[in-house]
Design a protein around this ligand. Structure first.
Ligand SMILES: [Zn+2]
Length: 161
């Protein structure tokens, strides 16, 4: 696997022409989205390298660590808008907190009761909660341009929530 990655990088670096990009995203945008391998975040939103921060985790949920990253994005790197994007057929809609906790107890013999896996019952509700949190939590500007989208893995289309 490592050899494959290094070969892939050698091809990438041979054609690389973006060495002049600075750290401030050109579109002043941060995207919070799922780690799902089917989401090509730059391509699906018409973004180019250097345009946006992409913050990913299971489900595309606004967690403490996402908030940590967004604070850095906003305060140090000029981000003024945040898109929260979940997607259809997400694995986090197919499990519950208790199922994941049981699985870990069984396989690892640990007590995961302190972990909230942020499983998703309803995309619209989860997206609205997370977007509302961004502008009401007090750690980000109340006038932050925050919005939610649902990406359809079958069509490639996003729908505003
Ligand atoms: Zn997902």
């Amino acid at each position: 696997m490592l050899d494959d990655l290094l070969q892939g990088n050698a091809r990438y670096a041979a054609a690389f022409s973006h060495g002049d990009l600075g750290p401030t995203p050109a579109r002043h945008l941060a995207v919070v989205t799922c780690m799902d391998a089917r989401l090509d975040v730059y391509a699906m939103l018409g973004l180019e390298l250097g345009d946006a921060h992409i913050i990913r985790n299971a489900g595309g949920r606004v967690t403490d660590d996402v908030l940590r990253s967004l604070i850095v994005s906003v305060e140090l790197l000029g981000i003024t808008s945040v898109a929260v994007i979940q997607h259809t057929d997400c694995g986090m809609t197919k499990v519950t907190n208790s199922e994941l906790r049981d699985l870990l107890r069984e396989r690892r013999g640990v007590d995961p009761s302190s972990i909230d896996f942020l499983a998703i019952d309803d995309h619209a509700q989860a997206i609205r909660n997370d977007v509302d949190f961004l502008t009401s939590c007090g750690f980000l500007p109340p006038d932050l341009d925050a919005y939610g989208l649902l990406y359809d893995v079958a069509t490639g289309r996003v729908t505003p929530i």
